[in-house]
Design a protein around this ligand. Sequence first.
Ligand SMILES: Cc1cc2nc3c(=O)[nH]c(=O)nc-3n(C[C@H](O)[C@H](O)[C@H](O)COP(=O)(O)OP(=O)(O)OC[C@H]3O[C@@H](n4cnc5c(N)ncnc54)[C@H](O)[C@@H]3O)c2cc1C
Length: 341
Amino acid sequence: MDSILVLTHADETGAGLTRASLEAVTAGKELAARLNAPLAIGIVAAHPQPLSKGLPEAKLMAVEGEAFAQARFASDAAACEALCRAAGATIVLAPQSSRFARVMAAVAHRLGGVIDTHITALDATGPESIGVTRWFYRQRIEAVVTRTARPWFLLLDAGTHAAYSGEAGHAQIETVAVNLPALRTEVGGFRAPKQDAQTIRPDAKLLLVAGAGWTKKQPDGAIHTEEAGKLILEFLGHAGASLGSSKSLVDQGGEGHSVLPFLTHLNQIGQTGSTPRHAKGLSTCCHGEEPHVVGWRFIGERRAISLDPNCGWTRGKADVVYIADAFQVIAKLNAMPAAKR
Ligand SMILES: Cc1cc2nc3c(=O)[nH]c(=O)nc-3n(C[C@H](O)[C@H](O)[C@H](O)COP(=O)(O)OP(=O)(O)OC[C@H]3O[C@@H](n4cnc5c(N)ncnc54)[C@H](O)[C@@H]3O)c2cc1C
């Protein structure tokens, strides 16, 4: 019979588990219930005790110490290996965070196991039939993978499960000793862009997407790129939204056109861009071409603002399309008191 271990890690403050870790906990709890299998949860953190409160009923294990305060291959791989050996689980679930994504293949190898990544759903109709879902070919083909090899490591994509939240009771936690190798990497700290310079926010409820229209000639015959940049940044600040872009808009920088300085190819959504997950998406000044819309696959509710009544969005690709001038609409939204809050 299978047994399940969910590996989790602390967020950057060290005072909580990451949202993606709590999503993996939900996935583990659901799978354990379906398989009637024992569930263990492992925590990688400097001070894990407070982080265990509010977790579901399970065998709780943790590694602790300053070595685990920050992401580093040698200490994280050793920590996950120790937790896996202590739990002896046959299925190991973990969030596909940058911290775990870079160590988990090595951990699977050390345990003689196998690994699948970017998992979006887990299903089990019986103990012998666990099927895990992932997408291939730029999110166009969905496959269900089954394996008999164990231990089976599964990295779960963020945004695919609800984050677990339980009542903060007292939880008994077992500390697992880790045989740390020589640590040659010293983490000096973080250098992150300022909050308003950081436009990609995977946890945001709303994705605002900017298309090439923002930098095109407007009805007055002029280009208003500077104004476009201000409107977009102000909107992002009010709504706490993440910023996506069409390929055409980010490509313009390399082609010597007028550009929005805060956009890079990392913002690009689509067939050759990313496929983010947000509850809602608002596309502005974008035509809604197929290769772009491919990236909207996991957006819950899609809305678009375009001047063109024949654009791709109006042909069934968005739930709501406003045939309107995005400059005016976004300026009005920014002026609303609700937006300012
Ligand atoms: C193999 C391949 C892969 C590709 N991959 C991607 C990808 O991953 N991502 C991607 O985005 N594209 C991709 N593309 C390109 C894609 O097909 C489109 O060319 C691109 O997405 C169009 O971008 P756009 O809508 O921003 O610009 P445009 O097609 O120029 O459209 C601009 C729109 O803005 C509107 N507009 C102008 N002013 C205003 C205003 N004031 N208010 C409201 N609306 C206004 C116009 O009416 C127009 O509809 C790919 C293409 C190919 C061939």
